[in-house]
Design a protein around this ligand. Sequence first.
Ligand code: ATP
Ligand code: MG
Length: 260
Amino acid sequence: MKLSRAARIILIGAPGVGKGTQTARLLEKFPQLSAISSGDLLRENVRARTPLGIKAESVMRAGALVPDTLMLRLIHNELSTRGYLPRPHSSPFTLSSTSLSDPLSATSFVDPCPPTPSDAPPSPFPAASFILDGFPRTAPQATRLASTVSMNLVIHLHTPLPALLARIRERWVHAPSGRVYNSSFNRPQVDGRDDVTGEPLTRRDDDDEATYLERLNAFEKVSGPLLAFYEGRGVLWRVEGETSDEITPKVVEEVVRRFG
Ligand code: ATP
Ligand code: MG
């Protein structure tokens, strides 16, 4: 399906709600979209043993949130690499930046990435459409993002807790691509193997029940102000369902209604 104007979409929802699944389905339906998943980006950095990945690893394993400054640098860097940000005259996120050469400086009290007033509006062309899966996660992240690019649809995915818990227990991932499977309702074609590459599937380190409950706790603490921020901007839309299959058609319909 074709978009007739640029869609800049954020997915917000409890851990395991299926943000990654909905993202993958939206990319299939709307080829003009691309996506950035904060969790996948972080896991890539952990695997590659980058300074940022090493710093994030223990935080993620504990089910806590990676500090805002670190996340902002990671995402803004990705957005500008992909050309989704208007180019400011001097951006703290470009590769020439000194702050990038010291990724650990985010732990200091000096804010390494002050908001950059954008000097051009985001591209209105449908090809400049993208989804952010898992970012922003906190109101400060949202405020900072808004100073650079305005998102025009924030989807709040909601699924009741018992369904979430069951789902997490059955989640398998293909780590290199971020593809997600479920051993009861979204099985791979061959058990334990990725559909595309045939490589083995694994469990995520942070999907054991105790860590999951920590992640849920972190989500519940920060999501109120985050959702309020987007509600105030008139871009929040909530969708509810027990399963991803139930949610997908509603999401697709809404995207068509707004951007088709
Ligand atoms: P799911 O992918 O099932 O929806 P999730 O949202 O908990 O679950 P990810 O988005 O993959 O999982 O994130 C995994 C971990 O990465 C989080 O628990 C957190 O530690 C870290 N993380 C991801 N995005 C952010 C963010 N925007 N801010 C802070 N930490 C983040
Ligand atoms: Mg995810």
